[in-house]
Design a protein around this ligand. Structure first.
Ligand SMILES: *[C@@H]1O[C@H](CO)[C@@H](O)[C@H](O)[C@H]1NC(C)=O
Ligand SMILES: *[C@@H]1O[C@H](CO)[C@@H](O)[C@H](O)[C@H]1NC(C)=O
Ligand SMILES: *[C@@H]1O[C@H](CO)[C@@H](O)[C@H](O)[C@H]1NC(C)=O
Length: 814
């Protein structure tokens, strides 16, 4: 039998089980009810009194009660109406957990008679619990490289309800990567698994959130959810990647060491050490490039380690690599272009050079070929070339890099023997660089200059009586050419053939130009020689020039004065003169006439008495040789006088001659005649007559000479002026002068220290006075002391002192 009652909307059943057995066994019966759990308090379960067949009126008296250690808590009986009430909350899950059936039992006891009834109340499950996951958030780490198909075990949800109210199904939120797999275990339990359906990629999505929902079968269905968090952990599945496949960069060649060239960057999608990138220069180019570039392994900064040289390498191409912590490697190329800087000066090289070049080279002659070169490129390598400074040369551009140097004008080795040609090459870079080259160009000689004498005429003075073979003069010509072209050969020849030949008299050293006298000269024979000296150089063709050399022989005092009257050669007969006794004082008695073959002062004669025993009544004019009475004769005077007359020239040493003259004093000629007659008779009467004629002739000649000389002197004195050029000339200086020292004053400035002023020295005896007649056209000339010619011997050298006479002082030599 089954009884169903509705109470407060809840369905509950009271089942009377074994009611008949109670009927059969009055002592003990069993009552069976079935209620749902979680009924409200005071909910009537059933009228237990009725159900037990007891009389409601008796229950009190029979002390009806419920006896149970557990169930007393949950149930109570109202003795007034006999209902059984729910006394406390009944939670099946707490009472019975997951047991499939759950009962609460108690005994209903009535006394008088004692009846014990067993009551069993079945507690039925209601869906009062949702499925629950524990923990509610589940975190799983999955390596991204996990292969699809991998199972991940999950925890089941729990629902304390049983049966249909327990967990019936699971559901996973939508996703591409996972699906849910439920396996039934041997014990019937469900094993919940996540199955990876697709590759995970941390780099795409490193985090998945899934919601797992568990549903029970109750009505209404209750669900519980869990959040599954799946963290995809990294695996080194990504290569590093450079930001560029090829890096291109330009850097100046003058970039200093440690300059940054470029920073290369690689990225790695992985994380952690898998993304830690180390940069390096790849092995292939390591040896070469690591000496030039440095790469920072962490930052990827490429810096310079050395200096660049554009001229050596214009660009670099190297590969760099990036390696992550997992060992994966990527490579990239770095192209580094070096930018040229103007760091090279132009270079000038001489490709050919003709030196020396002859001085007669025509303008435009190629002298040198030069090449300029600049290692830089572009404008930095364009070079301009020029010759610096004034020079007779020109640069002609031959091709882009070659220049010719030619001469623009004529060259003269004698003016400029060599040139220092300065070539400047400048490039067009900024800053400009330049370089300089010097070319030394020698000019070679061409025989374009004849030998040159300083004057057209040379005058030399040579004292007579020279030693034969002595050197007397050195003529010198100069030739500005060089080498053989300047080698001079001297020769000597006559001025013209009519003259007597000079070759027997003179010779010349063809190399040194030293002139030698071949013989001793006598001034009295030859006063002057003229010759032509030729100087010829050794060039080809030879050039020559001629000069006239005049050699004046200088007189020396080598001739005695010669007394013409009174004659000493008249057969030894005594020479006498008559003087009238009555002669006035100063009467002319006679005149001594002498000549000297020398000239100049060597022939300047003076007359003196010598051996004057007593004061003589005669006097002799020192200059004229006239013998005059010095006083009137007196009776006591001796009538016969003998005088010795010395005629002395002015040479040094002076030479002299003497003559003895007898003078008779008488009133009448006859007084002395007897004596004289003897003489006349003994001697040749014609000699007296001759003497008389001679005296007359000489007197006439002297008179004529004096007149002539007087006329000449008068005319000369009219012209003559005092020498204005030498106002300070001191005659004292000359008075001390020794003519032998003339040669010591051969510097050409001193004039001959004797000034014969003819106006003063007018004298009848000067007829033989010979002057050195200066040739006004002849310039000053130095006579040499020919010593270093290596030919004169020592002794001859001393005697051969040359005399120098300067004619520059015209006033001195009238
Ligand atoms: C370049 O850098 C290195 C490292 O910092 C340093 O030792 C070196 O002296 C630097 N060179 C120059 C020229 O600055
Ligand atoms: C040329 O001139 C330069 C500058 O004055 C000088 O340095 C060089 O030595 C000269 N060359 C010769 C060969 O004299
Ligand atoms: C020099 O004299 C020689 C011989 O008399 C003659 O041949 C030559 O032409 C002369 N030279 C000059 C430059 O006058």
């Amino acid at each position: 039998m089954k009884t169903q009652k509705k109470f407060k909307g809840c369905k509950w059943q009271v089942t009377f089980l074994f009611l008949f057995s109670w009927l059969c066994h009055s002592v003990s019966g069993q009552l069976h009810y079935s209620i749902a759990e979680e009924l409200g308090k005071d909910t009537v379960i059933a009228n237990i009194v009725n159900d037990l067949g007891l009389d409601i009126k008796e229950v009190i008296s029979r002390k009806f009660s419920i006896v149970s250690r557990v169930s007393e808590k949950y149930f109570s009986v109202n003795l007034e109406n006999g209902n059984l009430y729910v006394k406390d909350r009944i939670d099946r899950e707490r009472l019975c957990r997951t047991a499939p059936s759950c009962f609460l039992t108690f005994d209903a006891v009535a006394e008088n008679p004692l009846n014990i009834f067993s009551v069993k109340i079945e507690i039925q499950d209601i869906n009062d619990n949702p499925p629950v996951f524990f923990p509610e958030i589940l975190t799983l780490e999955v390596v991204e490289l996990t292969p699809p198909g991998t199972h991940l075990v999950l925890q089941n949800a729990e629902d304390p309800d049983i049966g249909i109210n327990a967990v019936q199904s699971y559901r996973l939120s939508d996703n591409q990567y996972f699906r849910l797999n439920e396996n039934i275990n041997i014990d019937g339990s469900t094993i919940l698994e996540l199955v990876l359906e697709k590759h995970l990629d941390r780099e795409t999505l490193n985090f998945h959130e899934l919601i797992l929902t568990a549903s029970d079968g109750g009505n209404p269905v209750r669900t519980g959810t869990a959040l599954i968090r799946i963290i995809v952990t990294d695996s080194n599945d990504n290569l590093p990647v450079f930001t560029q496949q090829v890096y291109k960069v330009s850097i100046s060649e003058s970039a200093p060491i440690n300059s940054t060239v470029i920073i290369v960057t690689a990225t790695d999608k992985d994380e952690g050490t898998n993304a830690q990138i180390t940069y390096s220069i790849s092995k292939i180019s390591e040896n070469f490039y690591t000496s030039i570039f440095n790469i920072n392994p962490i930052t990827g900064e490429i810096t310079t380690k050395g200096n660049f040289n554009f001229e050596a390498t214009e660009h670099y191409e190297m590969s760099v690599q990036a390696k992550d912590g997992g060992g994966l490697v990527a490579q990239s190329k770095v192209l580094i272009e070096i930018i040229d800087e103007n760091d090279n000066a132009p270079e000038i090289s001489i490709r050919s050079l003709s030196t020396p070049i002859p001085e007669d080279s025509a303008p435009g002659t190629l002298i040198a070929l030069i090449e300029v070169h600049d290692q830089d490129s572009g404008e930095n390598g364009e070079v301009d070339c020029q010759i610096i400074g004034p020079s007779p040369f020109q640069l002609l551009s031959s091709s882009s890099r070659y220049y010719k140097i030619v001469n623009t004008g004529s060259l003269d080795r004698e003016l400029v023997p060599w040139y220092n040609i300065t070539i400047l090459a400048t490039d067009r870079g900024s800053p400009q660089l330049s370089s300089i080259k010097y070319i030394k160009l020698d000019i070679s000689d061409v025989n374009d200059n004849p030998p040159m004498f300083v004057k057209s005429t040379f005058v030399a003075y040579l004292p007579e009586n020279n030693l034969p073979g002595a050197s007397i003069y050195n003529i010198h010509a100069s030739d500005p050419d060089a080498g053989d072209n300047a080698k001079i050969i001297y020769s000597i020849s006559n001025i013209n053939t009519e003259d007597f030949p000079v070759s027997p008299y003179f010779s010349i050293n063809i190399e040194t130009g030293v002139l030698y006298a071949q013989r001793s000269f006598d001034y009295e024979q030859h006063k002057e020689f003229q010759m032509k000296i030729s100087a010829k150089d050794n060039g080809s063709p030879t050039l020559s020039s001629n000069v006239t050399l005049i050699i004046h022989i200088i007189d020396q005092n080598d001739n005695l004065p010669k007394i013409l009257y009174p004659s000493t050669e008249s057969g030894g007969s005594p020479i006498y003169e008559m003087v009238p006794f009555t002669s006035e004082q100063g009467s002319l008695i006679t005149k001594v006439i002498a000549v000297d073959a020398d000239s100049g002062h060597n022939s300047w004669l003076s007359y003196h008495f010598i051996q004057m025993s007593e004061p003589s009544p005669f006097s002799i004019s020192q200059h004229t040789g006239e013998i005059r009475t010095s006083r009137i004769f007196q009776e006591k005077d001796n009538l016969k006088h003998k005088v010795v007359i010395m005629v002395k020239d002015n040479g040094d040493p002076s030479l002299s001659a003497t003559v003895t003259l007898s003078i008779y004093v008488g009133d009448h000629f006859q007084k002395v005649v007897p004596k004289l007659n003897n003489q006349f008779n003994d001697g040749e009467p014609s000699s007296i007559m001759q003497n008389i004629y001679l005296v007359i002739a000489l007197a006439l000649i002297s008179l004529l000479f004096i007149i002539t000389v007087g006329l000449v002197i008068i005319s000369k004195c009219k012209e003559s002026k005092p020498p204005p050029e030498f106002p300070t000339l001191n005659t004292n200086l000359y008075s001390q002068f020794d003519p032998r020292m003339l040669s010591n004053y051969n510097n050409g400035t001193l004039s001959l220290p004797y000034s014969y002023n003819v106006c003063v020295a007018l004298d009848s005896s000067e007829s033989d006075f010979s002057f050195l007649k200066p040739n006004q056209n002849v310039p000053v000339e130095n006579l040499i002391d020919a010593d270093d010619s290596g030919l004169g011997n020592k002794s001859s050298k001393e005697t051969l002192s040359a005399v120098e006479v300067s004619y520059s002082n015209r006033g001195m030599m009238k």
